[in-house]
Design a protein around this ligand. Sequence first.
Ligand code: ADP
Ligand code: MG
Length: 447
Amino acid sequence: MTLHRDLVERLLSRTDPSALLPARRSGEAARIELPFTLVFCARLDESRVDLWYVIVRDARGVSYGVPCVASGEALRRAHPGDGAAEALLSRVVESDAGLIEPPFSVIRWHAERCAGERGFEVDQTNELVVVGERAVVKWLLHPTSQEQPAPRRLAALADAGFTGTPRPWGLVSIKEADADVLIATVIAYVADAKDGWEWAVGDVRSLALGETDEATALRSIPHIGRLVAEMHLAFAAGVRSIATDAEAEGWSIEAADDLREADLGAQWARLIEQELALIPGFAGSTIIDIHGDLHIGQVLRSSRDDGLSIIDFDGSPTRSPEQRLARQPPALDVAGMLASLDHVGRVVLHRTEGLDDGRRSRVHDWIAAAQRGFLDAYLCRLAEAGEESLLDARLVRPFQLQQECREFVYAARYLPHWRYAPEGALVALLGSEFERPSITMRERHET
Ligand code: ADP
Ligand code: MG
């Protein structure tokens, strides 16, 4: 082990940091502060001397999990085809036979031997690799010893028999300084599926351009409402409790922080503040495990039969580990989905050439109908189960406003032009007569 460590440390010292990041995250290399400390290293496959899993920490204390290959005198991140994801999957398969070797540990629901790796041409925070067209290995970009939301949530959904998510196969952790660190999740691959930023935007664009009718462009929405309700019912079958004053106070503080960071114009800020001020009064709401980062992009739709599944139970990457792990009111997921249905419309309005007023109004009508349709179907499914009280409806609007603030923060940090989406959404939520955020006014004058 020490010999291995010495070798990997030597290779690491000669490695360019960008070589350790997934290709679509290479921009992050500029933020890395050297030197790297080697936190963990182990062979992914005992029969392969060149294939490693390492965790490195940079001078800021940020950890990166890297399946990697020793190549020449340095390390580089494994590419699909190098066999790292296959090797990880083998560990999940072997765990059943008790063959799993420390420092790796596995929670396993299902596994099959699969061969052949390919990457995913879609937006992703972590790195996803499809193995044998059967499984998706998600390598967590920033593994940490803090407890993660996905294991508990996937287990709760599996226990409750919820089938609206791709079948979970397994979770792989390593032991580091006596703590379990989750490094990868493996779930079934859904063939021919697109996520909602593709399929829903496609539906609404076709509607705007007169290629489909409104019923067709709305066809999946009630199914999403029912599916989200079923997911919440499954979570509620596990642990549920009542939010304390301190918890409601915590939501309120977090929402106020988001509002401050969003840096909106004074009038909008004041209006939002008034609504967020209601949040501390919502102690007593039911809290359960929720998805935690629910939006249309987390809903896959199969092109074969329109079947839907909800993915990605890692929680929002922008929330603190404590917030991601905490039980929350289902209204937070509902608000996230409502906000994203609005954003689907905004994307179409912003990125489609040649939309006249008539076409634009189809999009606005779709947003309103989709939000109503989602909520109706959601509430209807809860009512069928006699669980209407799971949703504290008073919380939906403040959480939706908070979500829009978070979108401004996201835009400021990562994607400046995205501001058009929360701007449009806030106009709809607060009324168009109110001022735009000051920075945007300035930008407008400049352009
Ligand atoms: P991340 O949290 O790293 O962004 P996600 O779990 O949200 O990763 O997945 C990123 C994208 O990969 C999804 O939006 C979807 O397009 C695709 N994807 C993820 N899991 C599957 C799956 N099981 N089957 C098919 N596509 C998937
Ligand atoms: Mg996602």
